[in-house]
Design a protein around this ligand. Structure first.
Ligand SMILES: C[S@@+](CC[C@H](N)C(=O)[O-])C[C@H]1O[C@@H](n2cnc3c(N)ncnc32)[C@H](O)[C@@H]1O
Length: 391
């Protein structure tokens, strides 16, 4: 592909990504994979170059652009080499007109930046939300140690305070390390420590998804005890089983919940858990470095729905905690509505519970919990709080 054809391909892809973001359709990565599956003539260099153009345009624009051309013209205005590819030749985009409309660069839609500011996030902190994320892995201590595995890796960097974490060069091939290394952001590893999981405990991972945190809990518990990994999403939960097998995690019991009737399946776990971990569904404002297109998908109504779901899962999780046990609430959002305000509301409704101090290797105190941000912690953004049930 010529450079101009790559630009046109990026425009076509961005058209699809913009439409999908508006209609809650497929993710950008899925659309890119589908696009190239139908264009076998594109070599790996072309694919990489087009992908980079697409993601550079997505990162540049906080507001969802009208279409792919608007997005790429905005990117071209930051880079004369890209602007030069708008030359009107075969397979190339038409030249950029002097008065052509373009999308405006920014971090996020204006209404969302206001909410981030109101949640105490400075302009510098907001600017870091769309940077590039490092490749972080967790060494699965059920099968390996960081010291033993480090010599097999190219340039592994330790992460202060997280002895089982390593930061690796982008593009490191992790296939030879299946089971021994799990891709997991440093922030995600840090907030899981708030569970203080110990061998012999019973832990309910209520929003387990594909089990990223369940696997970390199993390692922390040295495969001794019980972890119930519950979720309403069958496809995600199904991905947990092979991961657990590869990781040698034997104490994880997947539990598929029926949305709207979750309490039925959870009844046998009433007052049974030392710890209930709730990694709640959220807007993901802390994960834009990995998933920058997510900010094109958000709306005030969508955030309201997340807030309602978070209240719902908190109400499901609280009765599972045994007297004196703990509920750990986590969101990968930096909006107070989803983080500290949820905790304040929970405690107002449960006056006999209290928030416990959590000491983590990353993050700063925020409300009754701890907040991690990309600017401060070079991790994804998270809010985590640990709530103690009455004895
Ligand atoms: C942030 S993701 C969890 C990620 C996972 N803990 C990890 O570390 O990989 C939130 C999960 O909550 C699940 N969820 C949403 N509503 C739920 C409900 N009512 N009960 C249980 N899980 C729910 C979603 O299906 C999703 O998998």
């Amino acid at each position: 592909m010529t450079p101009a054809a790559r630009t046109q391909a990026a425009i076509d892809l961005l058209d699809a990504i913009v439409a999908a973001a508006a209609d809650n359709g497929a993710a950008a990565d899925t659309l890119i994979a589908r696009y190239f599956a139908q264009r076998r003539y594109a070599g790996s260099k072309d694919r990489r170059a087009v992908r980079e153009l697409v993601y550079a345009a997505i990162r540049l624009l906080g507001e969802r652009p009208a279409n792919g051309r608007d997005a790429m013209v905005a990117l071209a205005k930051t880079d004369p080499a890209i602007a030069a590819t708008f030359d009107g030749s075969t397979h190339a985009p038409l030249p950029i007109a002097a008065n052509e409309d373009t999308a405006t660069p920014g971090i996020a839609p204006a209404w969302l930046m206001e909410r981030l500011s109101a949640s105490g996030l400075s302009a510098e902190e907001q600017g870091a939300l769309t940077g590039r994320a490092p490749l972080d892995v967790r060494v699965n201590t059920l099968l390996a140690t960081a010291d033993a595995i480090a010599p097999e890796l190219r340039e592994p960097q330790p992460i202060v305070g997280l002895p089982d974490a390593l930061r690796l060069p982008a593009g490191t091939d992790l296939a030879p390390f299946a089971g021994r290394l799990e891709v997991q952001d440093a922030g995600s590893q840090a907030v899981t420590l708030a569970a203080a999981a110990q061998p012999g405990m019973t832990v309910v991972d209520l929003c387990a998804g594909a089990g990223g945190k369940s696997l970390a809990l199993a390692a922390a518990m040295a495969n001794d005890g019980r972890i119930v990994a519950a979720d309403i999403d069958r496809a995600r939960l199904r991905r947990l089983e092979p991961r657990a097998t590869a990781a040698g995690a034997t104490i994880i019991e997947p539990l598929l919940l029926d949305a709207g009737r979750e309490a039925d399946a959870l009844l046998p776990l009433r007052a049974a858990a030392d710890v209930v971990l709730i990694d709640a569904p959220c807007s993901g404002t802390g994960t834009w470095r990995r998933n920058p297109e997510a900010r094109w998908r958000l709306s005030p109504a969508r955030i309201d729905r997340f807030v309602a779901t978070q209240r719902h899962v908190l109400a499901l999780g609280a009765p599972l905690v045994k007297p004196g046990g703990a509920l750990v609430y986590i969101v990968c959002s930096l909006l107070d509505a989803e983080g500290r305000n949820q905790v304040d509301a929970f405690l107002a409704a449960h006056p006999r519970w209290h928030a416990e101090a959590v000491s983590l290797p990353l993050g700063r105190l925020h409300g009754l919990g701890v907040r991690l941000t990309p600017a401060h912690d070079n991790s994804d953004g998270f809010f985590v709080a640990r709530l103690r049930a009455p004895c």
